[in-house]
Ligand binder design. Structure first.
Ligand code: GLN
Length: 486
């Protein structure tokens, strides 16, 4: 049996499983051992589910023995704790849902289970996915496997850290303004936010419904293509899902980017971006050029409004979505109140953390009579302009390339007291959710020993072009093979 079973990619694990050199049970146990050994230092898991995992692993072994194992059979995975798992607590890293056990699976969870992927546990996150460092978890912060004094990014910090540290082979995250890509970038792994509507959100606890998407976090681009193919495609239970069969994304990994037109929007290399990060990206672009891509500078001038638009629209939608946590149907419920109104007040007061309350207040304000036109409506109009700007850019370019995060991983405690600084961590990723287009982050180098991510943005349903570009770059570099020393 190979010694380090916990650093494997899906494809590596697949060949060991198919050659019967390791069983799904052994592979699962190796990941459970890894979690036991290092998660006290990393904090990537809100819950670990060993019995359920080993049971699923045995089912996977049976499927392998029958010869009907797909690419994900027997592969250990972690699911962010805002996706419903039947019979297993789904907390959103919030006191509000600490004891919530869903009676059903999210569609993505169901699809992965049907393919015999093995869930080893649920991933820590910023409470209700609001944050960029996972410090807003009501339970404990997650730490960056490359330096445990630094944040892993957020809000999918647990899912990213689990993959980077070999606690899961892959994870599922959600991305409303950067929550898959920014942690992928800070942890040195691959993460994709698919086109809005490509992946069903049935069973995803809603944050901002016009922006939320689910996507994979993986060790390399091939794994990303495999997982995306498994979770994408229409779902009658999510009316925003696009009616289509997903293509075979792995077929897009041709290694060929000759003639590919890459736009480089200068706003993403300017003020607010760490010059060392921008330099790393320029080197990555030179590499893509040497592979035959045509790289050209361009401009997306409305970018500077994206953060303001997001912090009106996302909190507005959040304030509506989170109104359901009133202590009546599910979640925390204050039992010691004098009457109904007091019960609701106390429930929200105690159930939600400070960032969630801030968002609810911002959103309620932006939607109030008298402010609605000035804030919400105006933001919707600017959203249209931002979308149009991307559409125009894609007349000329196949993909756009930017940094994913303006900086490498920052220290725990550095930004948590300053919401605006925290919000700025997502300047490069938020415009993409606003436009609804897909984008990936993948490893593109290191600054001071910490990973830097490259963001590749594509047309609506342009996932194959993104994957092809990323794969060609990955083939020509070694960043994706580096592992933190834990
Ligand atoms: N950091 C952003 C926020 O706090 C984005 C979070 C996300 O994508 N879920 O809203």
């Amino acid at each position: 049996m190979p010694s380090a079973l916990h650093g494997l990619t899906i494809s590596e694990a697949r060949s060991l499983l198919d050659r019967r050199e390791v069983s799904a049970r052994e592979l699962t146990q190796a990941h459970l051992d890894r979690i036991r050994d290092i998660d006290p230092r990393v904090g990537a898991f809100v819950s670990v589910t060993p019995e359920e995992a080993l049971r699923q692993a045995d089912l996977a072994d049976a499927a392998i023995a029958r010869g009907d194992a797909g690419p994900l059979a027997g592969i250990p995975m972690q699911i962010k704790d805002n996706m419903c798992t039947r019979g297993i607590a789904t907390t959103c890293s919030s006191r509000m849902l600490e004891r919530f056990v869903p009676p059903y699976d999210a569609t993505v969870v169901e699809r992965l289970r049907d393919r015999h992927a093995v869930m080893v546990g649920k991933g820590n996150m910023d409470e209700f996915a609001m944050g960029s460092s996972t410090e807003n978890s009501a339970f404990f912060p997650t730490r960056n496997p490359w330096d445990v004094h630094r944040v892993p990014g957020g809000s999918s910090g647990g899912p990213a850290a689990a993959v980077a540290s070999g606690e899961s082979v892959f994870s599922l995250g959600s991305d409303t303004g950067g929550s898959i890509r920014q942690p992928a970038s800070l942890c040195g792994i691959v993460g994709i936010k698919p086109t809005y509507g490509l992946v069903s959100r049935y069973g995803l606890v809603a944050f901002a419904s016009s922006l939320d998407q689910i996507g994979p976090l993986t060790k390399d681009v091939t794994d990303c293509a495999i997982v995306l193919g498994a979770i994408a495609g229409s779902d009658p239970r999510d009316s925003t899902s696009i009616p289509m069969e997903p293509p075979d994304y792995t077929a897009a990994l041709t290694g060929d980017v000759r003639g590919l037109r890459i736009g480089v929007p200068r706003e993403y290399y300017a003020e607010g971006i760490d010059p060392a990060v921008a330099d790393t990206l320029r080197q990555a672009l030179a590499k893509l050029e040497s592979l035959g891509a045509v790289v050209e500078e361009t401009s997306l001038p409305h970018t500077s409004y994206a953060l303001a638009v997001y912090y009106i629209l996302a909190p507005s939608e959040a304030s509506a979505n989170l109104a359901r946590y009133d202590g009546v149907k599910y979640g925390y419920s204050a039992q010691d109140a004098g009457g109904m109104w007091e019960a609701m007040e106390l429930t929200k007061q105690r159930g939600f953390g400070p960032e969630v309350k801030r968002r609810i207040m911002l959103g309620t304000y932006a939607l109030s009579a008298g402010y609605y036109d000035a804030y919400y409506l105006k933001a919707q109009k600017v959203r249209t302009l931002i979308g149009r700007e991307f559409r125009d850019a894609f007349q000329k370019y196949d993909v756009l390339v930017t940094p994913t995060s303006p900086t490498v991983a920052f220290k725990l405690g550095d930004k948590v007291e300053d919401p605006v600084q925290m919000y700025l961590s997502d300047v490069c990723t938020i415009p993409i959710n606003i436009a609804g287009v897909p984008a990936m982050s993948l490893p593109a180098g290191f600054v001071d020993g910490l990973p830097v991510g490259m963001q590749i943005i594509g047309r609506p349903l342009g996932e194959e072009t993104i994957l092809r570009t990323a794969h060609a770059y990955e083939q020509a570099t070694e960043w994706h093979t580096m592992r933190p020393d834990l």
